[in-house]
Design a protein around this ligand. Sequence first.
Ligand SMILES: Nc1ncnc2c1ncn2[C@@H]1O[C@H](COP(=O)(O)OP(=O)(O)O)[C@@H](O)[C@H]1O
Ligand SMILES: Cc1ncc(COP(=O)(O)OP(=O)(O)O)c(N)n1
Length: 278
Amino acid sequence: MRPQVLTIAGSDSGGGAGIQADLKTFQELGVFGTSVLTAVTAQNTRGVHGVEAVSPELVTQQLDAIGSDFTIAACKTGMLFDAARIEVVADGVRRHTFNRLVVDPVMIAKGGASLLQDSAVQALKTSLLPLATVVTPNVPEAEVLTGMTIRTFEDRIKAAEQMLAYGVRAVILKGGHLDGATADDLVMTASETFLLSAPRIQTSDTHGTGCTFSAALTAELAKGHSILEATVTAKRFIQCAITHGLDIGAGHGPTNHWAYATHEEAGVTLESITTNHR
Ligand SMILES: Nc1ncnc2c1ncn2[C@@H]1O[C@H](COP(=O)(O)OP(=O)(O)O)[C@@H](O)[C@H]1O
Ligand SMILES: Cc1ncc(COP(=O)(O)OP(=O)(O)O)c(N)n1
């Protein structure tokens, strides 16, 4: 039987991010995708033009519909909108024992639109992160979660250590927003730290990179792979998807969810890092 997975996220009408990116990624990686919608955005490659949240009651009904009928091998969260939705999602994850949980702490879209209310950050930290197997912040999201300014490599290590202390099993601090010839993601568990790197692709077509990466990670965890194995495959998936972009729309275009199946991936490396933490 195919592993069944769940994404709890917002809809991107443009199809490059959110629920749509997650389901395309699940399909490409051979797992059966289900979804719980938290919000609907009117969105295209140019930006977010409108947002409306789904009621907490309907979020709960969706979670219960999935949890009572499917065997969810892994689950991810994306856009959660506000503290009320975070609380019902955390409650549903607990009640239905969705054990392998990837939290992509989506806060701001590439165009600058807010996808999470500022007042929801505390709920994210105290209600959802303690349930998470992996949290996958980009640098601005990690700054909000830790209250730190992240500039140097040391800052990234300290921020990841702080986020581990929120109760997650692993932190992937993504480097898409940094400069440099490579896009480097810091991967930290309680016992090990790694730098996962790939050549940085010069493109503005990076809409939905974070959603796609976390969905690929979720799919691979659902297949029973370790956090590290799943992370490496997710990096390969997103590297192919960015490298072979689709040039759709006039703004930040979507990545190519088909590319992993049809192209060789080149250049992903994993390096063990020695740090002072346990
Ligand atoms: N231009 C790029 N070239 C190669 N990899 C990239 C590029 N931009 C982002 N990535 C990678 O895509 C994944 C998502 O990261 P990021 O873009 O930082 O997330 P988000 O979409 O949440 O801001 C990470 O593995 C990151 O290193
Ligand atoms: C509905 C919805 N969810 C999430 C995002 C953000 O996606 P992300 O992968 O972080 O990509 P960018 O916004 O950085 O392109 C979104 N835009 N919409």
